[in-house]
Structure formats: C-alpha cells, structure tokens
Design a protein around this ligand. Structure first.
Ligand SMILES: [Zn+2]
Ligand SMILES: [Zn+2]
Length: 377
C-alpha cells in the first residue's frame, strides 16, 4: 500500500512584503524599457510561448502524455476530455510535413494543429511541441482500446504514428466521510463544500460528502511522533472514528477537522520547525486515504472573509493528495500552471495577492487535472 504523508504549510505574508515585490517588479520593467529602446530591433530568433502552454519534453516524433505514468487514459462513457500529444519533429523537417496530429476511431475523427496558443506549445528552434487533442470515446461502449495517432501534413499524409491506451470506466467518483472534533466543525465555519465539488467536477471527478457522526474524542491535541510509527498512529486514529463501510470500499476517504496535531520527537518534545508541525493540513493518499485539517491552528490567523476560503482551499488541496497528487512543486502544466491549488505557499513562495487569487479561484492546473482524470479507484 502506498503510504505517503503529504504536508501543506500555510504562510501569510505581511502586507509590506507584497508592496516590496511590486516595487522591484516596477523597477525591472522600467529597466527593460530602457534596454529595448537602446538596442533597437526585437530579436526574432527567440521563440515566445504562451504563459499557460502545456509542455512535455519528448524525443520521439510523436507520443502521448499520460496523467499518471504507465496508466491508460480513463474515460467515462460519453465523456470528452483532452489528451496531450507531444514530441520533437526531425531537425530538417517543417510544419508542412509535421504540422497536424489526428486520430480516427470508426466514424469519429479528431485533429489539432501544432502552434503556440493557450495550452499548446511549439518551439520552432528545437522542434518540440505539445498539443491537446480532444477525445470522445462514444464508439467505445466499454472496455479498453488502442488508439493510433498520426502526425503529418494538413492533407493527413502521415509521416509518423504511435498508439496509446484508453480504458472506459463507469465511475470516477469519490465519497468523503467527514467528521469533526467537538468545537472544530468546518461546516459551521463557512467552509464551502459546493466549491470543493465544482473544482473536482472540472477534473471529471464526483466528490460526495457524507457526514459520519461518531463519538470522535474532543481531545485537545493529537500527539504523534515524527516517524513511520507516528504516521501509522494518525492512520489508526482516523480509522477508529469512521464507519465500517469505509474499511471496505476503496472509493471512500476520510476528512477530519481537528483542533491540532502536535508532532514530537521520540522524547515527546515538540518539533516547532518540522514541516508536519507547520502544516495546516495532513493527508495520506489512498486507497483508504485520510486528510486532517488543523482548524484550531488556523483560527485567529485570518479575517472572517478569508478564513472560510482558507478552510475550503486546504480541503481541496488535501483531497488532491488523497487522489494521487504527491508533489507541491512538480506536475504543474498548462492552464493555471502558474498558480495551482497543489502549490505550497512556502515552497512556491506565493505572494499575498496570489493567495487572494487562490482563495477566489482555487483551481487545479491542467497537468493536475490530467492526473485526477486518470485516477479511478
Ligand atoms: Zn500538500
Ligand atoms: Zn498543478
């Protein structure tokens, strides 16, 4: 079983730091203008790319990028989703011969042209490209299939091709059993379950909440030692207070709202700078995943408008770990890759204005949407 503990840390920067960033940025911009006016013509040999373009580096002329490595693409029946086709065209070739990608399945036919646009990458100097192809498995009522994709001319003369696998699945859904310690309920503090469900709907995932009322101990702080055994204690604690159904169904996860989790060394001394101690949420990926939100640790840190949004953001982030996203720093790609909800404000050095944006638009980037689309338990 994959027992990964993922950590999320909160860092709200003082307003003054945001101001400094703006000033530095402004100075840089001014220097840039001076430099351009002094040097004359724009350098046309340097390619520019859309800030949100999807890019995967592959040396093969054509290949498909899987959201989860070595896993087939998952589709629900009648679902349409993007698949990213990527590669490097030969150094002596042009887009006349390698400018279009397409696939055919029965009467269904799709194509896309290589170029620079939102979500699409093309570097004419290196020959690298990544382009989204929309795929609709209507002609696959069930089971799996190999799809052949081609790259070639505008008239569809293929110069190279490869295959990728798809699986048609019935469901891509996930039930979250919610439980809270007395006095630390998220639902009564403005936490927006509707935002969680709409964000996951963007990744084709249905997330349902069921509230399981157990006699969850309202202890002050859950204490665990920062080692493998301590993490198992968190697991054991979570599973003391869930329904029996959770133990048997892999499409269920746990969400706990607790006061705090204190992380100590082997002698019971708290580790104040340990990432586990700084985190405001902790999650383990599933099957049988769980997430904790340290409600008491967040209380008093934000105002009445931003605190409920922070609870919502932390829940979306921690459930993202449960659904197979492990890293804060890798896998961001395509639309929203500059500000993805799986980023860690400390690791990724997010500014105050970026935090405000995340609270209002707590999206997964396209790269992590792809991971979620391929995750089916
Ligand atoms: Zn995290
Ligand atoms: Zn991302």
């Amino acid at each position: 079983m994959n027992r990964t503990i993922e950590i999320f840390r909160l860092s709200i920067r003082p307003a003054g730091i945001g101001g400094k960033v703006v000033i530095v940025f402004g100075l840089f911009y001014a220097l840039n203008i001076l430099s351009c006016s002094g040097s004359g013509a724009k350098d046309d040999t340097t390619p520019t790319f859309n800030a949100e373009s999807y890019f995967v580096s592959r040396t093969a002329v054509i290949s498909a990028e899987y959201g989860l490595s070595s896993s087939p693409y998952k589709f629900k029946v009648l679902e349409t989703r993007k698949i990213f086709i990527c590669g490097t065209i030969p150094s002596n070739a042009t887009l006349d011969d390698y400018g279009k990608v397409w696939w055919t399945l029965g009467s269904d036919k799709r194509n896309a042209y290589i170029g620079n646009s939102a979500n699409s990458y093309w570097n004419y100097q290196t020959g690298q490209y990544t382009v989204p192809l929309t795929f609709d498995p209507t002609s696959l009522s069930s089971g799996s299939a190999n799809i052949t994709i081609n790259i070639g001319t505008a008239n569809e003369v293929a110069n190279s091709s490869t295959t990728f696998n798809v699986d048609v699945v019935n469901l891509r859904d996930y039930n979250v059993e919610y439980n809270s310690q007395t006095g630390y309920d998220l639902l009564s503090r403005g936490f927006a379950w509707g935002t969680v469900t709409s964000v996951y709907a963007g990744a084709g995932t249905t997330i349902k909440q069921s509230t399981y009322t157990s006699n969850l101990v309202a202890q002050d702080v859950i204490e665990v030692v920062d080692d493998v055994a301590g993490r198992d204690e968190l697991f054991d604690y979570a599973y003391q207070y869930c329904s029996n159904a959770l133990m048997h169904n892999p499409n269920l996860g746990l969400l706990y709202a607790v006061k705090n989790i204190k992380v100590t060394d082997k002698n019971g001394v708290e580790l104040p700078n340990n990432p586990d101690a700084l985190a405001v949420g902790i999650a383990r990926s599933g099957p049988a995943g769980y997430s904790y939100v340290k409600v008491g640790k967040l209380d008093g840190t934000l105002n009445s408008t931003t605190l409920p949004k922070e609870f919502t953001r932390v829940v979306i982030h921690e459930l993202g770990h449960q659904r197979g996203i492990q890293s804060h720093s890798t896998g961001h790609n395509g639309i929203w890759k500059s500000l993805c909800i799986m980023m860690d404000p400390v690791e990724q050095n997010l500014t105050q204005s970026q935090m405000l944006t995340l609270w209002d638009r707590p999206y997964f980037c396209e790269g992590h949407n792809q991971v979620l689309l391929d995750k089916v338990w």
